[in-house]
Design a protein around this ligand. Structure first.
Ligand SMILES: C[S@@+](CC[C@H](N)C(=O)[O-])C[C@H]1O[C@@H](n2cnc3c(N)ncnc32)[C@H](O)[C@@H]1O
Length: 248
């Protein structure tokens, strides 16, 4: 599991939407949902609700689950949030047989570092879906070695928040081994002189590992794309975009 100050510390949560703008990944998941109007959707690891609220505004019936209270507070303050059912919890809190589509977006899948934890989450999502329901998520392809550009070296990113607060952020990659990448995010607040340090580990599963884990959990893999425009694996943007189904 990661350190996760990024999702739990209100000072860092305030940065999340600034650093994660709506983009092609969100468009992909929204279009997938819109293929079945009025879907019952579970957004596991919904965070600040960027996609969750957009799904509800598109007239789906949406449940967002996240263990980070500070992220849910931001989500629940957004216009349209009142149409979402918010659950402060984890996959095990998902109701049974209640969803046509389950999502984990912005690489939530990689938070489950150990295979046992990943298998457990897939089991809960399988239980939460109706027969024939779909699961979709993204996971970075280890073959693309994306972590090689994560370390910012001596270059700090300078940000100004909407309230005028200034801060600097930078990242150090600590280690890469056994499909796990450990890195530390630093956020310095000049006004207080404080630096928040957030050490995380993410798991990079191969396409074959994802396929195996899904089959063991009882899913059929429909498609795995390499990017947000239905590219083949290896020809997109270093993503593994998975669409799987709970058999009827
Ligand atoms: C990278 S953010 C993604 C947020 C959102 N899905 C998005 O697209 O912006 C990862 C989210 O996963 C949540 N998370 C962490 N551990 C989790 C767990 N065990 N179960 C479900 N979500 C978890 C974090 O709190 C955080 O909100």
């Amino acid at each position: 599991m990661t350190g996760q100050a990024e999702y739990n510390d209100p000072r860092l949560v305030a940065l999340y939407d600034l650093q994660n703008r709506w983009s092609a990944d969100d468009g992909f998941f929204l279009a997938l949902a819109n293929g079945q109007p009025g879907s019952r959707i579970l957004d596991l690891g919904c965070g600040t609700g960027r996609l969750t609220v957009a799904l509800a505004l598109a007239r789906h019936r949406v449940t967002g689950i996240d263990p980070a209270r500070a992220s849910l507070d931001v989500a629940q303050a957004k216009p349209g949030a009142e149409a979402v059912r918010w659950i402060h919890g984890t996959a095990e809190d998902a109701p049974e047989g209640a969803f046509d589509l389950a999502l984990m977006t912005s690489h939530v899948a990689q938070i489950f570092v150990e295979d046992a934890a990943w298998a457990e989450v897939l089991g809960h999502l399988h239980r939460a879906l109706v027969s024939g329901g779909r699961l979709a998520f993204d996971s970075r392809d280890p073959a693309a070695r994306g972590w090689e550009v994560w370390d910012s070296g001596d270059e700090h990113e300078h940000l100004t928040l909407p309230d005028g607060q200034e801060l600097d952020t930078w990242t150090k990659v600590e280690g890469v081994a056994d499909g796990r990448v450990t890195f530390t995010g630093y956020t310095h607040f000049p006004a207080s002189g404080e630096t928040v340090v957030d050490r995380s580990t993410l798991r990079f599963r191969t396409e074959a590992e994802l396929r195996r884990s899904l089959v063991v959990a009882g899913f059929e893999v429909e498609r795995i794309y390499g990017g947000w425009h239905a590219e083949r694996v290896g020809e997109g943007c270093g993503e593994l975009v998975v669409v799987a189904r709970k058999p009827r």
